[in-house]
Every structure is written in C-alpha cells, then in structure tokens.
Design a protein around this ligand. Structure first.
Ligand code: ADE
Ligand code: ZN
Length: 346
C-alpha cells in the first residue's frame, strides 16, 4: 500500500514492483514445511521430525552449509511423483511472481532424487510442466539448470550428465552445488567440458564457503558463464577487477549467507562493495523456505543492512535481467519495462 499521507511507495513496494529475474534458487530449497508434511503424508513417506515435533515452529537454525544440507536432503525424500515436483514448482513461481520476478532460472538436483528410485524424467517433467503453465498463466519465463553434487564423485556427475542428454531441449545449463569445502571445481573439469560440448551453458557455486581460488578455478577450468555466490571473491582485489572487467555475474544470496554463517552480520556482506567496484552483482533467494524469505525479502534485507539506495536496487534488478539467459528480444523488453518503472518514480 502506498503511504496514506504522501502517496509515496514504501521501500518494500518499490522492491516488489521492480521488474527482475531470479537466477539462483534451488527448487528443492523452496519446499515449505506445510507442503513437505502434506507430501510426506500423501506419499506415505516417513515424515521429517519437523512435521511431528511440536517445537518445530521455531525457525530453522544452521551452524554452516553442511548442517543445512543434511536437513535439506532429508526434506527432499517427500518428493516422489511428477505431481509433487509440479506442485513444488508451481508454488515457487507464484511466490516469485508476487515478488516481481518476470523470469526465473532454477536449479534442480537429480542426484538427490534418482538414487531414491525417482526417475530422472519424473523430476524434469514435473518441474517443466509447472514452468510451462506458469509462463502461460503468469507470464513468468524460465530456464532449468541441472546441478551436480560436488561432494559426490565426478564419475557420478558424468552419469547424471548422460541421463540429461534426452532432456537437453528443456535443460539450459548445468551447475555445481552442495558442500563446497574440500571439493574444488577442478575435479569437475571433464564433466563440464563434456557438458559444454553437448551445448549446455554452465554456472558453478564458488566462494560460498570455499576460498577465492575456487572462483578462479570455476572461471579458468569450468569456463562458467556466472558464479553462484562468489562472496569470497571479495577477498582478492585482482579477482574483483577481473570479474568487473570480464562482466562475469555473481548470483549472490544475502539471507542464505546470513543464515549459513557465511556473513552472519549482513552489514559486512560484500554485495555493495562489489556493486560499487563494477561487478555484475545480482540478489537471489537460494533456498527461501529455509532462509526466511523469497526474492523481494533478499533485496530488502540487503537494502536495510547495506543502506542500498533505490538506484542500487534498480542496478541489482537490471543486472539480473542482463545476466539471465533470456533471448535478446525478451531481455530488451524487460530492460525497457524496468526503465519505465524507474522513470515513473524519479
Ligand atoms: N544446495 C542447496 N543450497 C545450497 C547452497 N547454499 N550451497 C550449495 N549447495 C546448495
Ligand atoms: Zn545455491
């Protein structure tokens, strides 16, 4: 609601109204507790403790990435049927749309489903079905990015890549996620080479818990188009200059970094410093069901902690559209929409 006295938009309204893209969200990380418990019952799967524990209302708390991932992989066990993946994805896109997302690029983790007996096709077709319907009903466009779990073997990643080949037309790219420390990008250089040869675009989580060198490795050995997180890149001034010069986008996730103790004090988060240094920084939600907020909440948290101006917020939105994998015509259309939005408020 606009402020009743002045008619001015509040900061939250301004943020929600900005046309933007979400480029870093794990669909499994959008599994809200209510849906998790409902799907667990629907599928006769043993419910996670949080569904039956009366103290489960308390917010999630995580000491680090590993502690979060343990809970996250436990939660995904309720996802079994095509309809489950459809329902999960449809709920996420509705929320993203309410936050002003016009386009989403979302990760999925086949290696957390296929070994449980869920066929690769069930996962992809369920997610894809919801994305196609969301584009028709809400006008939100999308791309799918398949992630390899870096704490499993490169050989396992190669098997996953082969399983994805028949779905190449609906999977735009591949990424690298899960526990970072001790699992450097170089281990996956062959898999990423084969993926690129097959026509997949590439991204990788780097510099979340791992060092700045992992960001450099992801660029030099995996040849990624974007870095997911990249927080630790800020430790290396030469790397910051390179990111800015080569216009390599970072898909940063402020609430995730706060909740996983990467930057427990958001006021210390490098997002604003990197933006000011000319890096193509974007803001995203990562695993919003676990970290206390979706896309707009991440913009708002960064705004409050780092005193971002409306121009900074507009720059984040502009970067998200520029860094997306949208075809040129739609990208230009969204950038024009953003320009109109900004002009109408200046
Ligand atoms: N998978 C889901 N969320 C993740 C994160 N924040 N880092 C690495 N892998 C993940
Ligand atoms: Zn992530």
């Amino acid at each position: 609601m606009p402020d009743e006295q002045t008619g001015a938009q509040t900061m939250d309204e301004y943020i929600r109204g900005l046309p933007k893209a979400e480029l870093h969200v794990h669909i499994e990380g959008t599994l809200e507790k209510d849906l998790m418990c409902a799907l667990g019952e629907r599928n006769g799967v043993t419910l996670p403790a949080s569904c039956t524990d009366p103290d489960a209302e308390a917010a999630y708390h995580f000491d680090d990435l590993r502690a979060f991932l343990d809970l996250y992989y436990e939660g995904v066990a309720v996802l079994v049927t095509r309809q489950d993946f459809y329902d999960l994805t449809a709920a996420y896109v509705r929320r993203a749309h309410a936050d002003g997302a016009q386009h989403v690029e979302l990760f999925f983790d086949p290696q957390s489903h296929v070994p449980r007996g869920v066929p690769f096709g069930v996962v992809v077709e369920g997610i894809r079905g919801a994305l196609v319907d969301a584009e028709r009903e809400l006008g939100v466009s999308s791309h799918l990015i398949m992630c390899f779990l870096r704490d499993q073997s490169p050989a396992g990643a190669m098997v996953t890549l082969e399983a994805a080949r028949p779905y190449r037309h609906v999977i735009a790219g591949v990424g690298l996620d899960s526990a970072e420390a001790g699992h450097p990008p170089r281990e996956f250089a062959d898999v990423f080479r084969v993926a690129r040869e097959a026509g997949f675009l590439t991204v990788a989580h780097a510099g979340e818990e791992g060092p700045a060198e992992y960001v450099t490795e992801a660029l030099d050995l995996l040849h990624v188009a974007r870095i997911d997180h990249g927080v630790r890149a800020a430790d290396d001034p030469a790397l910051v200059q390179r990111l800015a010069r080569e216009r390599i986008p970072l898909t940063m996730c402020p609430l995730s970094n706060q909740e996983l103790q990467v930057t427990p004090d958001l006021a210390q988060h490098p997002l604003k410093r990197l933006l000011d240094a000319g890096v193509v920084v974007t803001a995203n939600s990562d695993d919003p069901a676990y970290f206390g907020g979706y896309l707009a909440a991440n913009y708002a948290a960064a705004q409050r902690a780092l005193c971002l101006s409306r121009a900074d917020l507009a720059a984040l939105a502009r970067n998200s559209i520029t860094a997306s994998w949208l075809p040129q015509a739609r990208r230009v259309r969204l950038l024009h929409e953003l320009d109109r939005y900004i002009r109408a408020r200046s």
